[in-house]
Design a protein around this ligand. Structure first.
Ligand SMILES: Cc1cc2nc3c(=O)[nH]c(=O)nc-3n(C[C@H](O)[C@H](O)[C@H](O)COP(=O)(O)OP(=O)(O)OC[C@H]3O[C@@H](n4cnc5c(N)ncnc54)[C@H](O)[C@@H]3O)c2cc1C
Length: 556
């Protein structure tokens, strides 16, 4: 059985398990209560919701992982140390049992007062947040959790589930059917037929056969306890960089914010191996890390996030507006920030969908690069994302063929990427070239491409194709509620013509604010917006700017 691994960046035991000073403990106590514990007393069971947080004053607490009726000690908290990891902020069910190893005294604090403390005490906020994030990374690195995924590296659904768990920072163990002899034993134990794969064993008891992301979320209880009935100040649709920025600024400025995300937090940025041009990160930052930190930050300020929940429509003919979902639910809001971004265009190839996740990928992260280590790969596209993918994959692949349909790399491509592509001995740039066909059985095995200048065809044994060929906005779910340009990108502010406004029956004397759509109080930010420059920085900037106009609308 292999564990999922993620680097724990420069963490030391002192950072993961810091000791609070008596003064810091007193500040925690002001938000909780002191209580005695008996030796052997269980304070929290795994899977308990609304996990409590404890600071040890005297004695010791064991943090225990349960596996096969056995208890393994994951960590021990002595005097001054505290329990908890990211679950404490999100309110999701905990992963470990907390038990007193000896009689002593603890400070007990509930989740809401803890959040209030984090928001007002910046010193403790830094200590707790850092420890929570590092502990979660450590749990992932050691595969400590109660999820076991059994699948095949040739399966699209196995890849989907792995990606979903990874992007949601959920620790899991993975058993590859093709590589692990013990797998049959495990399948027999849970009465699972090979045809049911991939299988996710959730919380050690529930067996999910090829579950949807929604089913995984239900089993893990991600969305439990989030009220979907009361009118929110602001609903943000999409938890990419733009949506997370709106959530952080909105929640930190006291708004009641609900974020709705159809997949996992991070959006396209989460599919990026390394973002090198985002301000403040001179050595770059992985999209996953940036998104994970932003997600924790939004929750720290009290934003709530519904995961694997797809907005299917907007009730835009009345105020308050309401988001519509598949199950017929409507969630009302005074203002809405649309941050649903864009997705990559698909290559017009007949059997493309057969190989999606089994050789055809739309992101180039650590996860994908491991699947094609030491092999030849093809990257299609001439823009920044394609360039970044080619440079990243060149570190582990044997040969990267970069296929561009036009005569060269996009003019908008960053200079640093062009230079690295030109200087890399592993990257071969093929211009005027396009993919003609894909071949393989369960997995992509061969790719044929054509040089449109010479008319020559070539077929190569390549098992991984990364396609990054321009974006389509995720705006069709709005069904005509807002004015869009000819490409479906949402128009905002002064880009909305008088004609658009009269067609939309714009009811106000003032024109739309910057980033406001043709529907008052509904904003569009990031890649889904017409005229956006498709960068993480602009998405984050727009998400934060929209919040200042939300305040104006709420006070109108
Ligand atoms: C591989 C790759 C590398 C990149 N590298 C860089 C880089 O180095 N530097 C840089 O500046 N930019 C980079 N970009 C571009 C950058 O990631 C995007 O500009 C940025 O992510 C846009 O943010 P966004 O929040 O507007 O949209 P997105 O990131 O697209 O996020 C939109 C979110 O909305 C969700 N969503 C969509 N529809 C719905 C719905 N109906 N209901 C609920 N949720 C929905 C999606 O699941 C998604 O999570 C890269 C992009 C890619 C793909």
């Amino acid at each position: 059985m292999e564990s999922t691994s993620a680097p724990v960046p420069g963490s030391s035991p002192d950072e993961m398990f810091p000791v609070l000073t008596p003064d810091q403990q007193a500040r925690v106590l002001a938000h909780g209560r002191s209580r005695n514990v008996e030796s052997g007393e269980t304070l929290v069971e795994p899977n308990a919701q609304g996990t409590k947080f404890f600071v040890v004053v005297a004695g010791k607490l064991d943090l225990l992982r349960l596996s096969d009726d056995k208890e393994d000690v994951v960590a021990v908290c002595g005097p001054g140390m505290f329990t908890g990891e990211l679950n404490v902020l999100s309110g999701r069910r905990g992963l470990v049992r907390i038990r007193a190893a000896e009689a002593g005294e603890v400070i007990e604090i509930e989740r809401e007062p803890l959040r209030a403390l984090i928001q007002t005490d910046s010193e403790l906020s830094d200590i707790f947040l850092r420890a929570f994030i590092l502990r979660r990374l450590e749990l992932i690195a050691r595969g400590i959790g109660d999820l076991i995924l059994i699948g095949s590296s040739h399966s699209l659904d196995t890849f989907r589930i792995k990606e979903f768990l990874t992007r949601n920072y959920q620790p899991y163990s993975y058993i590859d059917l093709e590589r692990d002899a013990e797998v049959q034993d495990l399948l027999d134990r849970f009465n699972v037929a090979i045809t049911d794969l991939p299988v996710l064993i959730c919380r050690r008891t529930v067996v999910l056969r090829n579950p949807s992301n929604q089913e995984i979320v239900n089993c893990l209880g991600f969305n439990e306890g989030i009220d979907q009935t009361h009118i929110r100040d602001m609903i943000v649709v999409g938890a990419g960089p733009a949506g997370l920025a709106a959530a952080v600024y909105g929640a930190s400025e006291g708004l009641d914010v609900l974020v709705i995300e159809s997949n996992s937090p991070g959006g396209q940025a989460g599919a990026s191996s390394k973002i090198e041009n985002y301000l403040g990160f001179p050595t770059g930052i992985s999209g996953q890390e940036l998104a994970g930190n932003a997600y924790a930050q939004a929750q720290k300020f009290g934003a709530q996030v519904l995961i694997a929940k797809d907005a299917r429509g907007l009730a835009c003919d009345r105020r308050p507006y309401a988001l519509k979902f598949d199950d017929g639910e409507n969630v009302p809001a005074r203002t809405i920030v649309i941050a649903t971004g864009a997705q990559y265009r698909k290559l017009p190839l007949q059997n493309l969908s057969r190989f999606e996740g089994a050789g055809v990928y739309y992101g180039a992260t650590h996860l994908e690069s491991q699947l094609c280590r030491g092999e030849d790969v093809v990257v299609v596209g001439g823009g920044n994302s394609a360039g970044q993918a080619a440079v990243f994959l060149a570190q582990t692949a044997r040969q990267v063929y970069m296929l561009v349909r036009s005569g060269g790399l996009a003019e908008r491509m960053s200079r640093y990427l062009i230079r690295r592509i030109e200087e890399s001995p592993t990257i071969q740039l093929l211009t005027n070239t396009e993919v003609i066909s894909l071949e393989g059985n369960d997995q992509l095995e061969r790719i044929q491409w054509r040089n449109n200048t010479s008319g020559n065809f070539e077929t190569h044994n390549v098992g991984a194709l990364f396609t990054m060929t321009g974006a389509i906005p995720n705006s069709s779910w709005l069904e005509g509620c807002v004015a869009c340009d000819s490409g479906g990108f949402i128009k905002t502010g002064s880009d909305i013509s008088n004609e658009d406004l009269s067609r939309a029956n714009w009811p106000l004397a003032r024109p739309p604010y910057l980033l406001e759509t043709s529907l008052p109080g509904v904003f569009a930010v990031g890649d889904v917006r017409a005229g956006n420059v498709k960068r993480v920085a602009s998405a984050v900037g727009e998400g934060s700017i929209a919040v200042s106009f939300v305040h104006q609308i709420l006070s109108e």
